[in-house]
Ligand binder design. Structure first.
Ligand code: NAD
Ligand code: AHE
Ligand code: ZN
Length: 379
């Protein structure tokens, strides 16, 4: 198949707000510095639903969504040296070129090399590798994992051990890595949460539960989970939370007052894993005066803004945020896979639902129901 166009099935989003449709699409061969991957499994993340909803200012259609995928390299274009045919890989929506200003800064995992074209839904040369019914389809987040074959830049993929099951490793392509990395890398300016820190995690979905795992790993003190869904209490404790608070069940007290009371003055670290801007404010204001740090992970729709009194920052609280947990995918993801293989990182536990590719719209429905942590789609 190398060098030839492949026709395969993909879930296509033709329009915002509409169901995806399974189509036969044509996937062109990879050009120089590109890799064609056969996707075996993909997770469905809230960010896919966010872009499909039409609320993403970068969202354009028709598009092949999906960014939490694992598969095997089918072919490579010229000058690709980082992966080879047959490698088991995870797609990286946060690439790592190791040569741009961002990559060399040592201060961030955001890579600047292809961000502009990635945001426009095209490959680095400005064109698409996908076609359906004579129309070009856009790429999504440089990954487009809702297709049986996809083409990505060589800096947007990492090889991992073939011993790890791909129906699990796909989840390291976004949700799990994002929360875990936010706790062990992004917090405390790249150092991660210190031992004994009191932590609050707002939202116990895949991302929030992964923050808990990172907090446990770094020896946090209290790990308080805040969620409006009481069914998340059991989940929170399973992953190592020490306390659970439903903000709807604390009477007249605000959630920030409650957390400040529970932690003798405020949390050392709080994490927004909801994407709700009001929650983000509570998370900041639940921080300890003088040093408490709040990390925004949730993605909020276009037009939404965060607010707080500047006094909150004047008195030492810090607002921070991250994409992909601050993790440098090509350098650090293989280590996370090892952690999983050695039993140091829970992954299997996140999979509550499964669907075949034909059931991908049900996967979106599953995700919106309160009992789903992650739905894995078998491509
Ligand atoms: P999820 O829907 O599975 O989990 C969100 C949780 O928040 C749910 O348990 C829900 O009950 C809870 N919640 C909702 N409103 C709440 C409120 N007002 N107070 C407290 N809890 C509330 O979502 P997820 O997959 O874990 O993703 C969480 C967010 O992170 C989404 O916005 C997603 O788009 C974003 N995300 C960001 C990155 C990144 O790199 N920054 C990566 C992945 C996901
Ligand atoms: N296009 C959106 C931004 C969405 C967003 O923030 N995406 C995160 C990853 S979410 C994964 O589930 C991200 O990587 N951000 C950094 C970046 O460079 O996009 C919008 O609102 O414009
Ligand atoms: Zn995601």
């Amino acid at each position: 198949t190398a060098g030839k166009t492949i026709t395969c099935k993909a879930a296509v989003a033709w329009e915002a707000g509409k169901d995806l449709t399974i189509e036969d699409i044509e996937v062109a061969p990879p050009k120089a510095h590109e890799v064609r991957i056969q996707i075996y499994y993909t997770g469905v993340c809230h960010t896919d639903a966010y872009t499909l909803s039409g609320k993403d200012p970068e969202g354009a259609f028709p598009i092949v969504l999906g960014h939490e995928g694992a598969g095997i390299v089918e072919s490579v274009g010229e000058d690709v040296t980082s992966v080879k045919v047959g490698d088991n890989v995870v797609a990286l929506y946060t690439p790592e070129c190791r040569e741009c200003k961002f990559c060399k800064s040592g201060k961030t995992n955001l890579c600047g090399k292809i961000r502009a074209t990635q945001g426009k839904g095209v490959m680095p040369d400005g064109t698409s590798r996908f076609k359906c019914k004579g129309k070009e389809l856009l790429h999504f987040m440089g990954t487009s994992t809702f297709s049986q074959y996809t083409v990505v830049a060589d800096i947007s993929v990492v090889a991992i051990t073939d011993k790890a099951p791909m129906d699990r490793t796909c989840l390291l392509g976004c949700g799990i890595t994002t929360g875990y990395g936010a706790a062990i890398i992004t917090a405390n300016k790249g150092q991660g949460i210190e031992k004994g820190s009191n932590v609050a995690v707002f939202g116990a979905g895949c991302v929030g539960l992964s923050v808990i795992q990172g907090a446990v790993k770094n020896g946090a003190g209290k790990i308080i989970v805040v969620d409006v869904n009481d069914a998340k209490k059991e989940w929170a404790h399973k992953f190592g939370a020490t306390d659970f608070v439903n903000p709807k069940s604390i009477g007249d007290q605000s959630i920030q007052e409650k957390l400040v009371e529970m932690t003798d003055g405020g949390c050392d670290y709080t994490f927004d894993c909801t994407g709700n801007v009001h929650v983000m404010r509570s998370a900041l204001e639940a921080c300890h005066k003088g040093w408490g740090e709040s990390i925004i992970i949730g993605v909020a729709a276009a037009g939404q803004e965060i607010a707080t009194r500047p006094f909150q920052l004047v008195t030492g609280r810090v607002w921070r945020g991250c994409a992909f947990g601050g993790v440098k995918g090509r350098t650090q993801l293989p280590g996370l896979v090892d952690d999983y293989m050695q039993g140091r990182l829970m992954v299997d536990e996140f999979i509550t639902h499964r669907q075949p590719l034909g059931g991908i719209n049900e996967a979106f429905q599953d995700m919106k129901a309160g009992d789903c942590i992650r739905c894995v789609v078998d491509m």
